[in-house]
Design a protein around this ligand. Sequence first.
Ligand code: CAA
Length: 390
Amino acid sequence: MPTPRNNIQKMDLTLTEEQLAVRDAARDFAQNVLKPGVIARDTEQRFPTDEVKQLGELGFLGMMVDPKYGGGGMDAVSYVLAMEEISKVDASASVVMSVNNSLVCWGLETYGTEEQKQKYLTPLAKGDVIGAFCLSEPEAGSDATSQRTTAIDMGDHYLLNGTKNWITNGGSASTYLVIAQTDADKGHRGINCLIVEKGMEGFVVGAKEDKLGIRGSDTHTLMFQDVKVPKENRIGEDGFGFKFAMKTLGGGRIGIASQALGIASGAYELALAYSQERTAFGKVISKHQAIAFKLADMATEIQAARLLCLKAANLKDQGKEYALASSMAKLFASKVAMEQTVEAVQIHGGYGFVKEYHVERMMRDAKITQIYEGTSEVQKIVISRTLLKD
Ligand code: CAA
């Protein structure tokens, strides 16, 4: 008769040599290349063009894509580790990385045709160009089935009309995955996803948003006026577009959860270091229980967020269902990011309120992780519906 002890399955949380090497490479890049200009880019709302090019050269823009399409062939756990390290320093650069990897490359690799992969995925995975994922509209944010953008079937092409809002990489991308309604009578089953190229006639990149956080990233309104998109640029079967968006966002949320994790852990590391240098009332402030207990809470919550991110990534790597885990990771990690960056500013006192010390930017950057790729309320819809499913 097997004893419970004999039945224990190995639960191995050890990272492999390869995963550690990816994490270290991302850390080096973040500290040496991203950090020096991050405050200026945030202040000037300047896209990290050169830095993103280097991210591509290092293989960080198509990390999980099959090498035969120019990708790194890495696992999702490595992606979480790299996202955390890049986000610790520059969340504006890491959102470019997240959108390109998990919304654009993953969607194309998983559901695209061989021709679409050759033509669009390969340059995206190599980082020669970057991509954007266009779902949100002025009146369709959380309520994503209410698409007003239309893609009318004209036989050999779709005629695309409408407006997309808050599109990350909106001005810098070359390849856009655009969700649009083809047959309104079919509701969400009449929605398609089309691959649109910058430069197609009638496609206009509109105003750049002036944002609270991730100010180095490039967020635009996009307008489509009678854009002719060839039929072969549709992803999947007719009417697959909404499911495509939902499936893609399931993995995207692992990226944003890891971004939130990185923002929180970056702020924590700065607060930890500062608390061991700054003195008040005759000792370093980390020796005051008020600060020491804050650090204990921060470290514990960040570790819990990290485990949720790794859990979701590990399920994805095993080919198991991961949408519930990715929503949980995003819900929790984004809450941790918001709360712990506020604490990091508090620990820094007056210094925390000025740009030079980085944590005020991290506090501003944290907020978007509770909004994009599904607000925290949307994550609760996904989680509760899964729990309550028959
Ligand atoms: N996988 C596959 N199919 C799914 C799915 C999933 N994970 N989730 C839902 N679906 C399917 C459902 O099965 C259903 O299809 P059937 O009727 O054929 O069964 C269909 O999609 C509609 O589902 P719901 O009835 O659940 O739809 P809903 O209207 O109640 O909305 C929602 C569900 C979860 C709230 C969804 O609208 C949603 O996720 N909204 C948020 C959208 C979002 O995340 N936007 C972010 C924009 S992208 C971005 O931010 C990128 C960036 O730039 C950083």
